[in-house]
Design a protein around this ligand. Structure first.
Ligand code: RFL
Ligand code: PHB
Length: 389
């Protein structure tokens, strides 16, 4: 088998890239380890930057997003039960974010992908990229018991933090930066109306809490938990009780609770791998970088990588312009590091994880600054809506 681009991973980054390559008339194959049902059922991100929304529209895959996405004109920060609203548009020339689940984004891209011309192999086993330090890379894998080998021009690793692509790069060629946080997020999805119209990040003496939504009848909440906690150790009632205890009364009292339809624990990590190009292998999305979910940047960052990558790949295939591929890493990393900084900053600001009274005072002062100073509000808002591409 031969194709121009092999994409490893059919998460949002891989599917978006595959659909954009189809639109540019560039042959591609997507290889995914899991079943389509598994990938489509994953509950993750919920807040989209305008650049992410624009990419969906560029593919003509944005109709449902336009109809069902909920525009957020602000974001709320609560500190010790006092809530402050930070407007987004007023500080950013009218920019907003949209609440629309990653699950729905993935479904919209999947529907487009299966209607398109290119092949996707789900349940691809033992995917192995090879010879990407030459001009003739290839990928081998097993599918339904048959061994396959694809010769290609480019391999793109969109296979997430635990994928095979980054792991295939010789250690000496890659530098990684990593920070693990000493807490996790316990998330709960419920068919109850969201308690607030826009996202609330709460820093409380009992720990962080987040109120978000998927629709006007489906809520998504998170609470900071210990890294050793298990989902089985948290009944729905225990979750709702703890969430209420961490929120201002104006939210805790009217909050409507109900049975969970999903509950999961995620570790929090900051991670960057440099560079993002190794000869004919390029990395994108969580395969190259991870942010803690505070600030809702992971999916958006994966999409901005693909924005830079599609420009680089179309230049490469139009006139074999190799410099476009080299520029990819530099352009993507410039935005990635700024977004890593914001996610790390917002995580530190909103969580409780050491008892240092001085640090606590610093967080209170920072919060007072970002909620009362015009410059502070603008800084938070311009990062929250997404830095320019
Ligand atoms: P994914 O989604 O991890 O997809 C990678 C795909 O690659 C497959 N794969 C392989 N396929 C073939 N062979 C192999 N050897 C393979 N190894 C792996 C996997 O099965 C999978 O299908 O990476 P991608 O596409 O880069 O997308 C990244 C986003 O999923 C991620 O950044 C976000 O979910 C992060 N995130 C959030 N991002 C936001 O922008 N806004 C949010 O509100 C937000 N909230 C969140 C989040 C992540 C969370 N968790 C669970 C970590 C909330 C949470 C709780
Ligand atoms: C979500 O809706 O899942 C969500 C919202 C904001 C975040 C993270 C996750 O910062």
């Amino acid at each position: 088998m031969r194709t121009q681009v092999v994409i490893i991973g059919a998460g949002p980054a891989g599917l978006l890239l595959g659909c954009l390559l189809d639109k540019h008339g560039i042959d591609n194959v997507v290889l995914e380890r899991q079943t389509a049902d598994y990938v489509l059922a994953r509950i993750r991100a919920g807040i989209l930057e305008q650049t992410t929304v624009d990419l969906m529209h560029r593919l003509e895959a944005g109709d449902r997003l336009s109809a069902e996405g909920i525009i957020h004109h602000g974001v709320n920060i609560a500190f010790d039960k006092k809530m402050e609203a930070i407007p987004l548009g007023a500080s950013t020339g009218g920019k907003v974010v949209t609440a629309y689940g990653q699950t729905e984004v993935t479904k919209d891209l999947y529907d487009l992908r299966i209607a398109g011309p290119s092949q996707t192999f789900y349940q691809a086993e033992d995917v192995s990229p090879a010879d990407f330090d030459t001009d003739s890379p290839s990928v081998s894998f097993r599918h339904q018991g048959t061994e396959h080998h694809i010769d290609c021009d480019i391999i793109v690793g969109c296979d997430g933090y635990h994928g095979v692509s980054r792991a295939s790069v010789p250690e000496a060629a890659i530098t990684t930066y990593e920070k693990l946080y000493p807490f996790g997020w316990l998330g709960l999805l419920a068919d109850t109306p969201p308690v607030a119209h826009e996202v609330v990040y709460a820093n409380d003496v009992r720990g962080f809490a987040l109120c978000s939504m998927r629709s006007m009848t489906r809520s998504r909440y998170y609470i900071q938990c210990d890294t050793t906690d298990t989902v089985d150790g948290w009944s729905d009632d225990a979750f709702w009780d703890e969430l209420r205890r961490r929120l201002p009364a104006e939210l805790a009292e009217p909050m409507i609770t109900g049975p969970s339809i999903e509950k999961s624990i995620a570790p929090l990590r900051s991670f960057v791998a440099e560079p993002m190009r190794f000869g004919r292998l390029l990395l994108a999305g969580d395969a190259a970088h991870v942010v803690p979910p505070t600030g809702a940047k992971g999916l958006n960052l994966a999409f901005s990588d693909i924005h830079y990558l599609i420009e680089a790949l179309s230049a490469f295939f139009a006139d074999k312009d190799d410099s476009a591929l080299s520029e990819y890493s530099r352009r993507a990393l410039a935005r990635i590091w700024k977004t890593e900084r914001f996610s790390w900053y917002l995580t530190n600001l909103t969580h409780r994880f050491n008892d240092d009274p001085f640090e606590q005072k610093m967080k209170e002062a920072e919060l007072a600054y970002i909620t009362t100073s015009e410059a502070g509000r603008i800084s938070l808002a311009e990062n929250y809506v997404g830095l320019p591409l």
